[in-house]
Design a protein around this ligand. Structure first.
Ligand SMILES: NC(=O)c1ccc[n+]([C@@H]2O[C@H](COP(=O)([O-])OP(=O)(O)OC[C@H]3O[C@@H](n4cnc5c(N)ncnc54)[C@H](OP(=O)(O)O)[C@@H]3O)[C@@H](O)[C@H]2O)c1
Length: 315
């Protein structure tokens, strides 16, 4: 295996990934895009937003590793590679996403936006404090990350339900599945957390029809949206309209239709919106390269790859 080359294709910290891989796979030829060398040498690619067509042009490629949990940045290529695509599933990634989701659920549950406004007005004023057990959190996408967040929020005392393509059997978490149960899921939800992958089926799913169905008479005085999935899942004009009309009371958005978020976006200054720059769960090279190096070694020894995505489903 050590005669084979591994290429890192990323516009985002490529050196850090290459450096870690060189330390973990000392006999391996680690190359950094665009310095591909002889493309026939390349057996593995670690990628984030690879240029369209590039992976297909590597004739001896054996597998592709996504540097993130999502693979939409690979499948947006009109000719994606015809080899197994492995996505990132790792305790470090789950830990970071869990922190982000719990932080924002608690921020809205404990009415931090209202307290910040009161602080700016130098007003000492106590708001009603609903119990977590009176608040229904609904997680769209009950996969690796969504399920982990669901379990943690349930431990904190929230009523947690999840919505996914297929039903889950998880103690303490109500599972809704498929289109047919989506409205029932939305109708009981006070805080909607989106951790769906971006696919042709989910693009634009966070839209007016969804916001209109969320519970409005819950203890927080209106529904809240937390999107930490992908920006293209949301219709931003519909979020702004829902905030105006009261279908949404507040939102925490980590991802956007256009990133970086344009300077003239109303989200920057909206008093009911918390903006973060796509940092809910960053992929940490130090933590994640070990898992990739181990997978390559096992695959070379004839073992199957784990966390391979289904190209038909797109996630
Ligand atoms: N903002 C950030 O920093 C950041 C960081 C990491 C990840 N992410 C995003 O988080 C996403 C989720 O990651 P993950 O590891 O949890 O993915 P995952 O394990 O593949 O889980 C995806 C979940 O979504 C459900 N789903 C997919 N398509 C659906 C549909 N059409 N209708 C209903 N449910 C559907 C799946 O249902 P089944 O269980 O039935 O298959 C599954 O429960 C990633 O794709 C990525 O875009 C964002």
């Amino acid at each position: 295996m050590h005669s084979k080359a591994v290429v890192v294709i990323s516009r985002w910290q490529p050196e850090a990934w290459a450096q870690e891989l060189r330390a973990l796979m000392p006999g391996c030829d680690i190359r950094l895009f665009p310095e591909l060398g002889d493309p026939t040498d390349i057996a593995y690619a670690l990628v984030w937003r690879p240029p369209a067509g590039l992976l297909r042009s590597l004739p001896n490629l054996r597998a592709v590793f996504s540097l993130g949990a999502g693979v939409d940045h690979i499948f947006c290529d009109p000719a994606p590679p015809d080899v197994p695509i492995v996505r990132m599933v790792d305790p470090d990634m789950s830990m970071r996403m869990r922190e982000h989701v719990v932080l924002h659920v608690l921020l809205h549950h404990r009415q931090l936006l209202d307290y910040r406004a009161l602080q700016r007005a130098s007003r000492w004023h106590e708001l009603l404090q609903p119990a977590a057990s009176a608040v229904n959190v609904g997680i769209m996408g009950l996969g690796e990350l969504g399920l982990d967040c669901a379990r943690t929020l349930s431990l904190l005392g929230f009523n947690v339900a999840g919505w996914s393509r297929t039903r889950k059997e998880v103690a303490g978490i109500t599972s809704f599945a498929g289109e047919i149960e989506r409205d029932a899921f939305l109708g009981r939800t006070d805080i909607l957390v989106c951790l769906l992958p971006l696919t042709e089926e989910t693009r634009g799913i966070l839209n007016r029809a969804v916001f209109e169905r969320l519970r409005r008479d819950g203890p927080l005085g209106g529904a809240v949206l937390i999107n930490a999935g992908r920006g293209e899942l949301q219709v931003e004009a519909d979020i702004l309209a829902a905030l105006d009309r009261g279908a949404l009371n507040a939102a925490s958005l980590d991802v956007f239709e256009t990133e970086p978020l344009p300077q003239d976006s109303p989200f920057w200054r909206h008093p009911r919106v918390v903006v973060t720059p796509h940092v809910a769960a960053v992929s940490d090279a130090l933590a994640l390269t070990r898992a990739i190096a181990d997978q390559i070694e096992a695959f070379e020894a004839g073992k199957p790859l784990r966390n391979v995505v289904d190209p038909k489903r797109g996630y």
